[in-house]
Design a protein around this ligand. Structure first.
Ligand code: GDG
Length: 488
């Protein structure tokens, strides 16, 4: 187990002489105009949750798209700002995109082509030549911004996700001294799925500019190696888990991402959280004895429709829970400019309305759907007051909500009900798991969790807490940084 202190020590001892640079599409701090003031906030994103503590520990540089309407007002002449704004620990460099560039690269290629391509949930990817051209252009823009900062210095570059498949090669070609890792936060599909992508060769060549490629699971690593085997004339070494292409070796490894267990557990058990619980219950008018919760970006991969369908079935099949069980769904809107997401949001609204109409009485409705952004503290209160957390992903790289819930929950009364298709299910084997495509199974899983004998539930939750505590976010970062350092 590594702690924040261990990671800091690793960075102080081993990173001397190196620049440490993280790159992601989403910035960790966004500035927005609010009345006549400028305010900043942290977006709801797994990547930000995971990397902010890492960058704070190593005082590095983070390069990301500047998406806030006040972002330009607070940066220096190189588009940089020190963050967190109220306690500066590292530098954020913002990259600017026009509306057309953002539409083509982000909404188009990344989220209408790559996202559905990699998540096997039967949503067809859209491949557009124009989106692809924007994707290339934006990857080049990021490469330029990074090279402006690192020049030809020895650098450890840690790139995030499917938005930047071309970036490793662009940087490696310009600065061979840079040691590059890319972490892939979503699943990697099997070769039969990936083969339909018209630009697969360029994308794979782009990724192989990295010295190290990280995935959440061994299963994704194996899928990636198979994909290379099918598409490039490369040497794939399954034993060493590496690919050699045009004389350069790329190591391919599983690094299951995690959370800051200690921080979440401590805050969730605090008096302040108890006070927040009272307030949240009052605000939402909750008097029920049994509470279920869920936090998801409104995304078709998260199985939100399937979740509500299962809750409907649960209340129908086990009517004794009517009036006794309430489910709180926190759903931050996401990618709402895309028709698929807009439609999903509308479908969720109608379904919730229908289910609430079907069961509600004077003082009770089964589902409370909240779209407002919750502060991290409010989220902890929601987790802490819950009897169950319901994660219904149809396909998910990891799912940090499952781990956050385990860190925050009270072992005396809580249980995680977890889709078998979330990466987290490989580690949290003591959760009640189910197939989200089967409402019957999910309904039964909810009941199993709510009726589990206290002793068994406590033991299972204790074991899951130990797993997340051991394999925490600092461990994840330390393992990747150590692997990169071994390559230098
Ligand atoms: C991708 C992969 C992988 C949500 N609403 C609020 C809020 N959140 C936070 C949650 C959690 C994060 O957002 C969501 O993380 P997930 O892992 O569940 O999902 P994705 O955003 O799809 O993340 C996923 C992840 O990358 C990391 O590699 O696990 O598989 O799809 O941390 O708590 N946070 C706050 N208010 C909200 O209203 N404060």
């Amino acid at each position: 187990m590594a702690s924040e202190e261990d990671l800091k020590k690793l960075i102080e001892d081993k990173l001397k002489g190196y620049k440490f640079v993280a790159v992601s599409n989403r910035e960790p701090y966004i500035h927005k105009v609010s009345g006549d003031k400028i305010k900043f906030f942290q977006p709801a994103s797994g990547v930000v949750t995971a990397l902010d503590p890492v960058l704070q520990a190593c005082h590095g540089l983070w390069v990301a798209h500047g998406s806030g309407d006040a972002d330009r007002k607070v940066v220096d002449d190189k588009s940089r700002i020190q963050v967190p704004p109220n306690d500066p620990q590292y530098t954020l460099k913002r990259v600017w995109l026009t509306k057309a560039e953002e539409t083509g690269y982000y909404y188009g290629f990344a989220n209408e082509a790559l996202w559905p391509l990699c998540h096997i949930v039967y949503t067809k990817p859209k491949f557009s030549e124009s989106d692809w051209n924007y994707y290339k252009l934006v990857n080049e823009r990021f490469a330029k911004a990074i090279l402006e900062e690192i020049g030809d210095q020895e650098t450890l570059l840690f790139i995030q996700d499917y938005h930047f498949m071309l970036l490793p090669k662009l940087i490696k070609d310009a600065n061979p001294k840079a040691k590059i890792a890319l972490f892939w936060h979503i699943p990697w599909p099997n070769p039969e799925v990936f083969r339909i992508c018209p630009w697969k060769k360029e994308l794979l060549e782009g990724l192989l500019g990295a010295d190290l490629l990280g995935f959440h699971l061994r299963y994704h690593v194996d899928n990636f190696l198979e994909t290379i085997n099918h598409n490039l004339e490369a040497k794939v070494d399954k034993v060493a888990s590496s690919v050699t292409y045009k004389g350069m070796e790329t190591l391919v490894r599983p690094y299951p991402i995690s959370i800051d267990f200690e921080k979440i557990a401590k805050e969730a058990a605090s008096k302040a959280t108890q006070d927040d619980i009272k307030k949240v219950k009052e605000d939402l008018g909750i008097t029920c004895e049994l509470i279920g919760v869920g936090t998801d970006r409104i995304d078709y991969t998260k199985g939100i429709i399937e979740k509500f369908t299962a809750i409907d079935r649960f209340l129908e099949k086990y009517p004794e829970y009517q009036g006794r069980f309430v489910y709180i769904q926190i759903g931050s809107l996401s990618r709402i400019h895309l028709d698929t997401y807009k439609k999903l949001n509308d479908d969720i609204n109608s379904l919730v309305e229908r289910i609430n109409w079907k069961y509600s009485s004077d003082h009770w409705s089964p589902i409370i759907l909240i779209r407002k952004y919750f502060t991290p503290q409010e989220l902890l209160a929601i987790y802490r007051m819950a009897n169950i957390c319901l994660v219904t992903s149809l396909h998910d790289g990891m799912n940090l909500v499952a781990k956050e819930f385990i860190a925050a929950c009270s072992k005396d009364k809580s249980m995680l009900v977890l889709s078998q298709f979330a990466g987290a299910a490989r580690e949290l084997t003591d959760a009640v798991t189910f197939n989200p495509y089967n409402p019957e199974e999910c309904a039964d899983a909810i009941r199993t969790a709510l009726t589990m004998p206290a002793e068994e539930r406590e033991q299972r939750v204790e074991r899951m807490k130990a797993v997340v505590k051991e394999n925490n976010i600092y461990n994840w970062a330390a393992k990747i940084i150590q692997a990169l350092l071994r390559l230098s």
